[in-house]
Design a protein around this ligand. Sequence first.
Ligand SMILES: CC(C)(COP(=O)(O)OP(=O)(O)OC[C@H]1O[C@@H](n2cnc3c(N)ncnc32)[C@H](O)[C@@H]1OP(=O)(O)O)[C@@H](O)C(=O)NCCC(=O)NCCS
Length: 159
Amino acid sequence: MTDIDALVVMVNSLVKEKALTSLQKKITKEEERKYLKNLLKEIKNNESITFVIDFDGRTVGSCGISKNNSIIRNHIGDIGIVLCLEARGQGLGEKLFRKVIEKGIKKFKFKIIQLDVFSENKPAINFYKKVGFEMIGTIKKGGLHFSKQKDMSIMVKYL
Ligand SMILES: CC(C)(COP(=O)(O)OP(=O)(O)OC[C@H]1O[C@@H](n2cnc3c(N)ncnc32)[C@H](O)[C@@H]1OP(=O)(O)O)[C@@H](O)C(=O)NCCC(=O)NCCS
């Protein structure tokens, strides 16, 4: 909760940038508080792990992995990562992502990690390939980016 102001700034900077993520609406501190409360509950219940990158009191990146609640998909982790613009391209994303995967494997014994990404998000797709993800397929017009339908790619990493 002490990161709340910094998180609001980071999320809203990604919205402003129209980054190819699910963060598409500016949030208020109250909305972030609700989101964090829920996330902290998941963490306490051993359903999720989140790490953030803190730089000089500013949160410049966040990555989370969570357990799927379905009994048939309990061995699969869902992962997501965002870094704000000025923190990218310096190897920080890779360090953060690998750390979260390592913790997720230890804690949840995942066998597969999966994610979806807008197909036009080439830097992210390149990034995921570098850390061992493979492309499974594309859902045509499967995601909304500021109300516009765009193709979504599904990627997985087998462990
Ligand atoms: C995708 C993202 C997490 C990558 O983090 P990062 O810190 O910028 O990436 P790194 O500096 O650790 O780079 C690791 C590798 O990713 C790939 N990569 C990173 N940025 C890239 C770019 N702009 N173009 C092509 N490949 C890129 C490269 O393979 C790179 O390895 P290299 O430096 O040896 O060439 C970050 O750019 C980001 O948050 N983007 C905006 C939000 C987003 O799109 N999130 C993903 C939503 S699905």
